[in-house]
Design a protein around this ligand. Structure first.
Ligand SMILES: [Zn+2]
Ligand SMILES: [Zn+2]
Length: 140
């Protein structure tokens, strides 16, 4: 698959071929169909976010289709159109169970702490309950 990637802060962003991800048993792989690029991505590219490790594929405002699912996934199926929040909780700790995934101690932020958000993004460590099925098929 192809991805926009930068290898140094403030450096060039190149579209290049990267390895296709495989889902973990509790993960899914999305074919990203739309992704916004915002000021947070710009700050990341400028080197202002210590959570970003290089090389990096930016983009955290995304929607896509499920193209591969892990063996333990039950809530989603292939071709489901989904999006995800800015902050993703682990889904199993006390704050997550209480509905406060935004303060999860094990959270990750796609496109920042979770490494790259790739065109076919592997949500390998993400519980399925924090994916949201898009209400209409016409948005993608
Ligand atoms: Zn943003
Ligand atoms: Zn949690």
């Amino acid at each position: 698959m192809k991805a926009a990637i930068y290898e140094q802060f403030k450096g060039p962003i190149n579209v290049t071929q990267v390895v296709d991800p495989e889902p973990s048993p509790t993960g899914v792989v999305l074919a990203v169909k739309a992704c916004g690029i915002c000021r947070s991505d710009w700050h990341g590219w400028m080197g202002n976010d210590p959570d970003i490790n290089l090389p990096h594929v930016p983009g955290h405002e995304l929607a896509g289709e499920v193209v591969a699912i892990g063996s333990e996934i039950r809530n989603f199926k292939l071709d489901d159109r989904v999006t995800l929040p800015f902050v993703c909780g682990c889904g199993t700790c006390e704050p997550c169970i209480a509905g406060n995934q935004q303060v999860c101690d094990h959270q990750f932020q796609p496109g920042f702490t979770a490494g790259a958000v790739l065109p076919n993004m592997s949500l390998s460590n993400m519980p399925t309950l924090i994916l949201f099925v898009c209400p209409t098929r016409s948005i993608l």
